[in-house]
Design a protein around this ligand. Structure first.
Ligand code: NAP
Length: 247
């Protein structure tokens, strides 16, 4: 069990893609910290499930990733209790879609603060620990929308494009500490986030996916797991699309 006693923190880990990542990492022997904002019950249930199924340690930990102080407090608690953080998966995200003419300042701020500033807050909070360890993996979840743009999602697209640029810059900064920073780009993946799409949109999106089917949270988790593994030790600053066509 090469990953035994390595610690991974997954933001927004209680449901959707985050929960699949928690399962995959726990199955591979990682101890897991399951960050949540609202889904306290789901986080607790998931922790119990992975503890009993995979015989690893798991801890739900609440923090709103958009708040610098909340995240700093969560990470200092984790460091006190667990001593190390080997893998950070910045997965937490929201969408507040609207054409710019109708987009409110709050739609903009919430999306940027959660999807982009949240990545800054969490990465900054684990940085010293990973530097001291002289190793670490940061895996950021972006979106194909951040690569090609999308009507009605200018806030989300800007945030996710920012995540990609942030990750590439950080990969250069942190190489000397053997901290690898990579991006996973899900395409259309079936979760609560995509369940509310208007009729007809789903078919249009599927027509642009090479394999013609939506992704599953497990498809994304498999890529994250690879990037967290020893086998990915010479990969940094890269962007991995999970079956998205970028046009
Ligand atoms: P989801 O089902 O809507 O889940 C969103 C997750 O983010 C929840 O666990 C939620 O936690 C967490 N979250 C939201 N705001 C938070 C905050 N301020 N602090 C902490 N956690 C917060 O979404 P998903 O589809 O799994 O998406 C996961 C990631 O993949 C996101 O970054 C999303 O942008 C990206 N993505 C998704 C798709 C897709 O098709 N689904 C495609 C491309 C990219 P709580 O429930 O605890 O609030």
């Amino acid at each position: 069990m090469e990953n035994h006693s390595k610690v991974a923190l997954v933001t927004g880990g209680a449901r959707g893609i985050g929960a699949a990542i928690v399962h995959k990492l726990a199955a591979g022997g990682f101890d897991v910290l399951i960050n949540y904002k609202n889904s306290s019950q789901a986080a607790n249930q998931l922790a119990q499930e992975v503890i009993s199924r995979y015989k690893i340690k798991a801890l739900p930990c609440r923090a709103d990733v958009s708040l610098f102080g909340d995240v700093a407090e969560m990470i200092s608690r984790v460091k006190e209790e667990w001593g190390r953080i080997d893998v950070l998966v910045n997965n937490a995200g929201i969408a507040r879609d609207a054409l710019l003419a109708r987009m409110t300042e709050d739609d903009w701020d919430q999306v940027i603060n959660t999807n982009l500033k949240g990545v800054f807050n969490c990465t900054k909070a684990v940085l010293k620990t990973m530097q001291k360890q002289r190793r670490g993996r940061v895996i950021n979840i972006a979106s194909v929308v951040g690569q090609k743009g999308q009507m009605g999602q200018s806030n989300y697209a800007a945030a996710k494009a920012g995540v990609i640029a942030f990750s590439k810059s950080l990969a250069l900064e942190l190489a000397r500490w053997d901290i690898k920073v990579n991006v996973v780009v899900p395409c259309f993946t079936e979760t609560d986030m995509t369940a509310q799409l208007p009729a007809g949109t789903r078919e249009k999106i599927l027509a642009n996916i090479p394999s013609g089917r939506p992704g599953s949270p497990q498809d994304v988790a498999n890529m994250v797991y690879f990037l967290a593994s020893e086998e990915a030790g010479y990969i940094s600053g890269q962007v991995f699309n999970v079956d998205c066509r970028v046009v």
